[in-house]
Design a protein around this ligand. Structure first.
Ligand code: SF4
Length: 412
């Protein structure tokens, strides 16, 4: 087992970026305190500061922009172990976006250390100022005159952080970091960092633009996480009883392709439900333009005897196409290994393997996709048609769905 906090992965930052210095300081401070990589969970945010995950040999979890402190709170409370160290890393942009999460963690005195890499701006998105960009930095750029920055150190202190500090000079990084990492409860440390691409390229400049170093403490006992003794949701899962038989013996992918508003998504959902009622694992994914009332609508269903860990479907086994929109987005999937059923009004003459049926004529535009599904089931016998009837159940459009389901019964 390695005792090195850092991996061999190359630092992903621009030349001269200050984040690398902070990463090395965090690693050294953890090692000085005596932590092993497995004792540490690092939760990261979005932005250049959030690129550190692969650099650490510790556990790492990547969060959403501004939300890493909330994620860290969950990890810390779930761990509930004072011998483990939870560290949240975010930039000044993330701290601005998720300020409320920081204040809540401080107010509740959650046992974690939040490290804010303050390079005075949003680096990853091109150098926009953040809520922590200092007055001195902004006035030189004539930005936001008269609007003071958040003092994150003081805010965390006022909210109840056991320890909150700002450190600017790399000479002091380890001393401040060790204090923050050792503090029992919530600690915040704001560390000045150079963004050589958009802010400053010299340490002297960074020191000039940053606020004064500062360290504040509150005397508070760390809050013990309390849990109600409940069983997990998984323990309580009863499972869905198998009601119907199936001839599916492995994984089968079905694609429905039609037009927005044409019942494609609801037909796919009913198929997934019918699969579940037949004792199968089912997934369903839909795709359509943001203008939901026009354009294509395509849905993928996977039915499998094994749990579906990957829901992607590059090569379907069955393809049902019920409109021109559907044909235009799904025609690349047509080949001799796929059973293709298409509405008979579509020009599929170049694909001799396609079976054409009057889905729209017999079941209407909204019922065509479901009609195509029932035709596939009748031909293949993979599921019992009754499983779809059961899936429709008390659906508010149950009557018309059942009509569509049996529209082609006499013609096949
Ligand atoms: S953009 Fe700035 S903060 Fe981001 S890696 Fe480059 S120098 Fe560092």
């Amino acid at each position: 087992m390695t005792t090195n906090m850092l991996t061999d992965v190359k630092m992903p930052f621009c030349p001269g970026c200050g984040h690398g210095i902070i990463v090395k300081s965090i690693s050294k401070s953890l090692e000085d305190i005596g932590y092993q990589p497995n004792d540490v969970v690092i939760v990261t945010d979005i932005g250049c500061a959030g690129l550190v995950d692969p650099l650490f040999n510790t556990h790492t979890v990547h969060g959403l922009h501004g939300r890493a402190p909330a994620l860290g709170v969950g990890v810390a409370m779930g761990l509930n172990n004072k011998n483990k160290k939870v560290i949240v890393i975010q930039g000044d942009g993330g701290a601005t976006i998720g300020l409320q999460h920081i204040l809540e963690a401080a107010r509740r005195n959650i046992n974690l250390t939040l490290i804010v890499f303050n390079n005075l701006l949003y680096g990853m998105t091109g150098g926009q100022i953040s809520g922590l960009s200092t007055d001195k930095f902004k006035s030189d750029r004539d930005l936001e005159p008269g609007i003071p920055p958040f003092d994150i150190v003081r805010l965390a202190h006022e909210a109840g952080a056991v320890s909150s500090a700002r450190v600017v000079s790399p000479r002091n990084f380890n001393e401040y970091l060790k204090k923050a990492l050792d503090a029992p409860g919530f600690s915040l440390i704001e560390m000045a960092s150079m963004c050589t691409s958009y802010a400053v390229s010299k340490l002297k400049e960074l020191e000039e633009y940053s606020e004064e170093e500062n360290a504040l403490t509150n005397r508070r006992a760390p809050v013990e996480a309390t849990f109600r003794q409940t069983s997990s949701l998984f323990d309580r899962l009863q499972g869905i009883p198998r009601m119907f038989g199936s001839k599916i013996h492995q994984r089968l992918g079905i694609v429905l392709a039609g037009s927005a508003g044409g019942g494609v998504q609801s037909a796919a959902m009913l198929l997934a439900k019918a699969g579940t009622l037949s004792g199968l694992h089912s997934t369903m994914k839909g795709e359509y333009p943001v203008t939901v009332g026009t354009g294509f609508s395509i849905a993928e269903v996977i039915l499998s005897t094994e749990p579906v860990h990957y829901t992607g479907l590059n090569k379907p086994d069955v393809l049902i196409i019920v409109s021109e929109d559907g044909l235009s987005v799904a025609k690349h999937l047509i080949n001799k290994n796929v059973l293709v059923l298409a509405d008979d009004k579509l020009d599929v003459s170049q694909y001799p393997e396609v079976i054409s049926m009057p889905f729209v004529q017999e079941a209407g535009k909204r019922g065509a996709a479901l009609s195509g599904l029932s035709e596939w089931i009748r031909r293949s016998g993979m599921l019992e048609l009754q499983s779809l009837v059961e899936a429709i159940g008390k659906h508010k459009h149950g009557e018309s769905l059942l009509k569509a389901l049996f529209a082609l019964e006499k013609k096949s």
